[in-house]
Design a binder for this molecule. Structure first.
Ligand code: NAD
Ligand code: G3P
Length: 332
């Protein structure tokens, strides 16, 4: 039995609290907003982010970050773009022997850094893990069977973390490919937006299957240029998450794609950015990586232009369909 704290009380953090507890760990769920924490202490339910699931009384709910960071394993579950400021605010109190596991999916907008790189910068020398795969918070909280990848540089540590956090309904597969697992989770969100647009435009199931496959090829191509292992993209954090997020409107990224696909072009406003849609940021953040690694990412580029440059959607569809033919599997 070990102690695990989940730092972030949104939908995903709350779902992870259920499985960590089921796995037999001493489990603490840290809630940033004091009022939300107070409410949850009474109702044992996260009405704001994951309503309808009562948290077992054995799970500690707290607003005290000092208390939460006492655990051996710390799961980081805030939005990707907030991870740096969050860690900056607590870096002086995190115990040196804590295991930090990234559960968010994204790339930092300002620096185009992976979240593991952001952590290594702020907290050098800490053990960093990544947990990523095809998992909807709702399914996990309901106790449906789910599986994901857990990567750390040292495979023995990944094995230990995976066995500590797995439970009968949540299976974690250890890996030593931190970069590949991170990239798969972050970039599938951009491809899911493309899949949503394709569905909204009634381009057909065949088009969506091609987008998913060519999207995976883009991710793998960039991954190889960044030192990831090709096989990782065939796993849960690669093809697994693409399949889930590109085929279910339950995905916030796909549903965002469905919404904007009904428009002629996308004009950002506060309202359509109110739900956490990580792919919106990742589409922009990955453009620098694409340039610096000299890897073309045509689908991600089109999504970037649609969302961030108000490029007409039909134009981008035409552009993608008129690109020169390339060889498989990696000709992008
Ligand atoms: N929801 C899912 O099914 C799911 C599954 C796998 C991975 N993820 C990933 O997990 C991450 C979080 O997603 P979510 O669904 O929990 O989002 P959410 O919108 O439900 O919740 C976000 C949480 O982050 C907290 N937060 C916001 N800013 C913060 C800050 N500056 N410091 C600390 N905490 C902050 C909020 O208070 C909230 O509790 C995302 O990167 C997402 O891609 C989500
Ligand atoms: O709802 P989404 O699109 O953020 O996807 C949630 C998870 O990442 C699916 O694995």
């Amino acid at each position: 039995m070990t102690s695990v704290s989940i730092l972030g009380g949104g939908a995903w953090g709350t779902a992870l609290a259920f499985t960590c507890y089921k796995a037999g760990n001493i489990t603490t769920l840290w809630i940033r907003d004091p009022q939300q924490a107070e409410k949850m202490l009474l109702s044992r339910e996260n009405e704001k982010y994951l309503a309808g699931h009562v948290l077992p009384s054995g799970i500690t709910i707290t607003h005290s970050i000092e208390k939460a960071i006492e655990s051996h394993i710390l799961l980081l579950v805030c939005p990707a773009q907030n991870l740096r400021s969050f860690l900056e605010s607590i870096k002086n109190i995190i115990p040196k022997d804590a295991y930090l596991v990234i559960c968010s999916k994204g790339i930092e907008l300002e620096t185009s850094k992976l979240l593991s790189e952001v952590i290594a910068e702020i907290l050098p020398g800490y053990c960093i893990g990544v947990l990523s795969g095809p998992t909807f918070a709702q399914d996990m909280a309901e106790g449906q069977p789910t599986a994901a990848t857990l990567a750390t540089k040292e495979i023995t540590t990944a094995r230990w973390l995976a066995s500590s956090l797995s439970c009968p309904t949540f299976r974690l597969y250890p890996s030593s490919d931190v970069i590949g697992v991170e990239l798969g989770g972050a970039l599938k969100n951009v491809i899911a937006i493309a899949a949503g647009i394709s569905s909204a435009r009634n381009l057909g199931e065949s088009a969506r299957a091609s987008l998913m496959t060519r999207g995976l090829s883009e991710i793998a191509h960039l991954g190889l240029a960044m030192g990831a292992q090709l096989e990782t993209f065939m796993g849960l954090s690669g093809v697994g998450d693409i399949v889930l997020s590109c085929t279910s409107p339950q995905s916030r990224n796909m549903s965002f794609g469905l919404k904007i696909g009904r428009l002629d072009r996308f004009i950002p406003n506060d309202q359509n950015m109110s739900i956490l849609t990580e792919g919106v940021f990742t589409a922009k953040a990955v453009q620098n990586l694409s340039a610096s690694k000299d890897v073309e990412l045509p689908i991600a580029k089109s999504i970037y232009r649609i969302i961030h440059q108000e490029s007409p959607i039909d134009e981008e569809i035409k552009l993608l369909l008129s690109r020169p033919l390339k060889t498989e599997p990696f000709g992008v």
